[in-house]
Design a protein around this ligand. Structure first.
Ligand code: GLU
Length: 223
């Protein structure tokens, strides 16, 4: 279990996400990645194996610009350390998810989702989360409802950050058995698995209770 950082902000978030990941490096990890929603509400992702500095170098070569995003350092539990297994995971260019923890019923969900036509691009347990959220959106849920329903289907431990091109001004965070904290700013919110990931960015902090889901927009927070 390693690190999550996320932001829905008034400013470019990629530098904040990278700085947050660096501050969580002490926890150990094998790969890193981030996604932002750009001006056109498209998901733009970069992922690398190795250190956060390599992700930062990739960002320098190909900056991703946006005011909402999520980032992750991965400690592989399912699937080897590789770029394709690194988070965020994306479904149909629509939904992106970062996850700390282990989804125990990933095999069952994977079989159900394969039958529904979802294709898998990683060997992780996490990828079922992003497909399940996408499936729920297809059923007519909004993003918050989609994450609520998805969490009901998950067995295991998770801290999640979820963004969607369908609702670019929203960041959903959820936790069960894995830590998650929210940093409160002025017209902006941040998430991280540990306070250390947000220290230079904002305070105060709200500690998300186990099994809670947080709905974050620039105008407020609902838990
Ligand atoms: N179980 C997930 C994976 O293997 C997440 C691991 C983590 O917490 O970093 O990708």
């Amino acid at each position: 279990m390693c690190g999550i950082v996320g932001a829905i902000a008034q400013r470019e978030v990629a530098p904040i996400l990278l700085e947050g990941l660096k501050r969580l490096e002490y926890r150990g990890y094998d790969s890193a990645g981030l996604v932002v929603l750009n001006e056109s509400a498209e998901l733009e992702r970069i992922r690398t194996t190795g250190k956060v500095v390599q992700l930062a170098n990739a960002y320098d070569r190909q900056p991703v610009i946006g005011k909402t995003g999520i980032a992750h350092t991965r400690w592989a539990t399912h699937g080897k350390p590789s770029e394709s297994n690194a988070h965020p995971h994306i479904c149909r260019n629509k939904v992106a998810v970062v996850h700390n923890g282990i989804i125990e019923n990933h095999q069952t969900l994977r079989e159900q989702q394969s039958k529904l036509g979802f294709t898998f691009t990683s060997d992780t347990d996490t990828e079922v989360v992003v497909h399940q959220v996408c499936h729920q959106l297809d059923q007519g849920d909004n993003l918050l409802q989609a994450v609520q329903h998805t969490c009901q289907d998950l067995e295991g431990a998770y801290a999640l950050g979820v963004v969607s091109a369908t609702e670019p001004d929203r960041l959903i965070a959820a936790r069960r058995g894995s830590p998650l904290v929210i940093g409160v700013g002025i017209g902006e919110y941040f998430i991280a698995s540990y306070v250390a990931g947000l220290l230079p960015v904002t305070q105060p902090f709200v500690f998300v209770e186990d099994c809670d889901i947080a709905d974050l927009t620039r105008v407020g927070m609902l838990i």
